[in-house]
Write a protein that binds this ligand. Sequence first.
Ligand code: ATP
Ligand code: MG
Length: 271
Amino acid sequence: MLKTVVASRFAKPMGYGKTAPCLIGCEDADGKETELIVKFGAGCELKQRGLATEALVAMLGADLDLPVPEPFLVDVSAQFVATIPETDERHRRAKANARASLGLNFGSKKLPPGFSSHPKGKRLPGSLLPLAAEILAFDIFLANPDRVVANANFLIKGESVAIFDHELALFTEGIIGWVEPWKPGGIALLKNLPDGQRHVFLDDVRREPLDLSRLIGAFETISDVRLNDYRAAVPPVWIGDGKALDRMLDYLRGLRQNLDSAVKELRKALS
Ligand SMILES: Nc1ncnc2c1ncn2[C@@H]1O[C@H](COP(=O)(O)OP(=O)(O)OP(=O)(O)O)[C@@H](O)[C@H]1O
Ligand SMILES: [Mg+2]
């Protein structure tokens, strides 16, 4: 389910935070190059678990027909790391992360030219509102805290949107007061949330009646066999003792069984 490629041509750092993902030309077994945004395990807040989550959420998102760029496994060698220039602090951070992450890392296929960020506060085109509602539901149902006004993690080109950066999703252990979104009180979307907590599509989605029938129908077709396929696709070196990934997959099974209740809770929270 995830193609493996080899990092071969460093292009530039992408993010501005400590994750420091990079644009890298990567070669498949036939020597064909694809440009990917590569995240190194050592740069992720949750280390390899962050990579496992990125891959899991990207595979699920693709199955749900959500606009997630194609995910890849990217093999990073010491020889490749040696080619990263130490031009400035961002390059040095990327290089240190890459050096500490030899072996497999997560890559996301670079979007075609023309995708850019959406100005804060500007309404989405009306034609995108159904998709925006699905993305908001996806994020809330998967406990993804990282698509907010202050950190949008989506790009737009005309009437196309792409979503990325899912490393913090499905991380709920130890969060005091966390309740599954399908249980009463599991979803709170308070009015006037600050930019760091308000989902980037919340104001747009509130303008329209909510219709998640397509998304829910797609989610109901994600079988246990498919969930096992996701597990098998994640490299063992990212999984550790497997407990965290198994908890995430159990959670997805629970969500699938309780989608109607989750939609009801979301409807209540949006009203
Ligand atoms: N598939 C993609 N195609 C084009 N650009 C992308 C893609 N994925 C990510 N980007 C760009 O790279 C930036 C960083 O990626 P991402 O959001 O996944 O990492 P991050 O964890 O937020 O990194 P940092 O914390 O270092 O900012 C994004 O804000 C976006 O502009
Ligand atoms: Mg980001």
